[in-house]
Design a protein around this ligand. Sequence first.
Ligand SMILES: [Zn+2]
Ligand SMILES: [Zn+2]
Length: 310
Amino acid sequence: MSFELTILGSSSALPTSKRFPTAHLLKVDERFFLIDCGEGTQMQMRRFGYNPARIHHVFISHLHGDHVFGLFGLLSSMGMMGRTVPVNLYGPKQLQAMMEEHLAYFGPLAFPLHFHAPDPSGEVLIYQDEKITVEPIPLKHRTQTFGYLFREKRRALNLRKERLGELKLGIADMVRIKQGEDHVTPDGLVLPNRELTWPPYRQRSYAYISDTVYDPGLADRVRGVDLLFHEATFAKKDQKLARATLHSTSTQAATIAKRAGAGRLLIGHFSSRYKDHGFLADEAMEIFKPVDGVNDGDCFSVPLERETSE
Ligand SMILES: [Zn+2]
Ligand SMILES: [Zn+2]
């Protein structure tokens, strides 16, 4: 029942001795989702104890090197480790052409690659299984770019076992109650659903927004998200530079988090021009709390909680 994000790389274009380029790993129960794959991602996975064989889905935001250079090495290593099961790659449609060109030179992989390009409208889910959905979020950057919103599906309600015996419910009744319906007894008494079930679990969520110019409309797309990662390449004083390069500042990231009512803001993708990044989180905290300026190896988990009825 885990919902845990690990930061594998937190730098922007230039890696530093302490920061690898961007890559995030989201673990939902036993599923791993890799989000962006900057240079050295496979080394970071080994360093932090994650097995590349467990990755089946890789989401790429855009085709700038700091988000994608690690893909070639990671896929090659997966092949050398004897992988035969497919890897699903999600990202702008040019991703397929780029990978095919690369593989035409270096030789085919021993396992299939399946490509999935987001619908440019961002209105169509790009992935779902029985537990989670992933929505692409179109971003404004120098090349076609998508953020991704991971959200748990609503779980079926849990029945209050002690009531079931009293009421002598049949299977069909239990299915209806698990779906949220009230129950009507044979003598016409209506029992509200909340008296028969435990409150549902909250649907946990994580949004990945990188890279993008400040776009106030993003707040609607990530409303109420538990963990919001928003790039903060630049400091407040470098807002003009952010605008010119289609990136965001610490305070712009915090403004999106505040408008969205996010649970927690994570900022990263820091420019290597700043020696110490601590002040970027301080700037963000003037507008929104809590904020973490992320470091390679940081983990953030969202606990499993039941909804409160009030
Ligand atoms: Zn970048
Ligand atoms: Zn970029």
